[in-house]
Write a protein that binds this ligand. Structure first.
Ligand SMILES: NC(=O)c1ccc[n+]([C@@H]2O[C@H](COP(=O)([O-])OP(=O)(O)OC[C@H]3O[C@@H](n4cnc5c(N)ncnc54)[C@H](O)[C@@H]3O)[C@@H](O)[C@H]2O)c1
Length: 357
């Protein structure tokens, strides 16, 4: 029985997570799988209840579960707490680190019904379906940092970009394996013309590529990649890259799909993976049933695919989302003239209903 830990968190988290649960239950019914759902506190809600954004009990339940579905955390109420008690710094980053989640997977899939919502011209963005695999626990963000005063009184700051072969190999392998299940193409993004760490990255990925002769491998400099993403996003299948490059490229890729309320993500690599929408807790619309639950529902599809190997179930969710959008249902963030606006819960009901249809 797959054991799923639900962490609704703050703001719209409490509205969107139940909608993803409806989708998982519908998949369970259709394919005779019984999920076990447990729930725990995280973020501001946890701080309010027990004085810490990542209580021991929550961490224990995370480690015991088979997969975690997170809503979102944070909000103005907790912005003035000491850094280590703020929801993101005190809960999300330590949780990712403790669970060893070294890979962030962010698909950028354009649903045809939302083509007008993309900032790119329809003829350029039509058919876009790519995944960015970002290294999450190494590179520039985790290297040694320091600030110091030098001879002439200037202050200088130093960040270091460190990668080991093992770190590159494990993320590279993941990208190749993912490409095998997709359109069999990996684009490894680096800055090997300038950075030594990128030259090591390129060597390791090239070596790895020989183990996956059925997957086409190309190398691309990060500056070129950021341009190619808006020039011809359909050329990409799986993009694999280091932490900082990935941070920037995932944001660029994600907006091409039209709305932040559509973007799923998975952080994987440890025993237990974490699935969450790419957006935050949206305090401005919390409690109003205006939130788009589709990013969370699509994150549940990723969970089925990546944690439970239930490709059919994942596809059933994705097909249901596509159908509901094709039928013209929209939450407020993706509303267009002539379409039917629905609440968060109504959108969740529609998707669950189409999964079972
Ligand atoms: N992983 C996380 O939990 C995470 C990620 C980013 C931000 N945050 C936190 O969330 C809080 C709010 O941050 P923010 O306002 O910068 O970003 P946000 O993503 O919460 O909201 C940005 C804008 O997008 C809208 N939006 C976001 N998700 C939506 C959805 N599902 N449907 C419809 N509209 C949606 C919001 O209404 C808002 O106008 C902050 O405390 C921030 O630290 C948490």
């Amino acid at each position: 029985m797959p054991d799923v830990l639900l962490l609704p968190g703050d703001g719209i988290g409490a509205e969107i997570v139940p909608e993803a649960v409806k989708a998982l239950k519908a998949v369970g019914k259709r394919y005779q799988i019984r999920f076990r759902f447990r729930e725990a506190l995280i973020g501001g809600a946890a701080y309010d209840a027990c004085g810490h954004p990542l209580p021991e009990e929550t961490l224990r339940l995370c480690e015991e579960s088979d997969a975690i579905l997170l809503g979102a955390i944070g909000g103005p109420k907790w912005d003035n707490l000491p850094v280590e008690l703020r929801p993101e710094m005190g809960a999300l980053l330590p949780l990712r680190k403790k669970l060893g989640l070294y890979a962030n997977i962010r698909p950028a899939l354009l649903f045809p019904a939302l083509i007008e919502a993309s900032p790119l011209k329809p003829e350029i963005v039509s058919g876009m379906d790519l995944v960015v695999v970002r290294e999450l626990t190494g590179g520039l963000y985790f290297g040694t940092k320091k600030r110091e005063f030098v001879d002439n009184g200037d202050e200088q700051a130093i960040d270091t970009l460190v990668y080991r072969t093992g770190e590159i190999e494990r993320i590279g392998r993941l990208a190749f394996q993912m490409a095998r299940k997709r359109r069999k193409k990996v684009t490894s993004v680096d800055k090997a013309n300038v950075l030594e760490s990128s030259r090591l990255w390129r060597d390791v990925i090239t070596g790895l590529g020989r183990e996956y002769p059925d997957v086409q491998l190309e190398h691309m400099y990060v500056d070129n990649c950021s341009m190619q993403l808006v020039r011809r996003p359909t050329q990409f299948d799986v993009i694999v890259t280091e932490n900082t490059f990935g941070d920037i490229l995932t944001d660029e890729a994600s907006i091409l799909t039209g709305s932040i309320g559509m973007l799923a993500s998975a952080s994987i690599g440890g025993k237990v993976a974490l699935y969450e929408p790419a957006h935050g807790s949206a305090p401005d619309i919390a409690g109003q049933q205006k939130a788009n639950p589709l990013a969370t529902i699509l994150s549940a599809a990723l969970m089925l695919r990546l944690s439970f190997g239930m490709e059919e179930g994942a596809q059933a969710i994705e097909a249901a989302v596509r159908q509901v959008l094709d039928e013209g249902y929209r939450t407020a963030d993706i509303m267009q003239p002539g379409k039917r606006q629905v609440t968060t819960a109504a959108m969740g009901d529609l998707v669950a209903d189409r999964i079972l249809a």
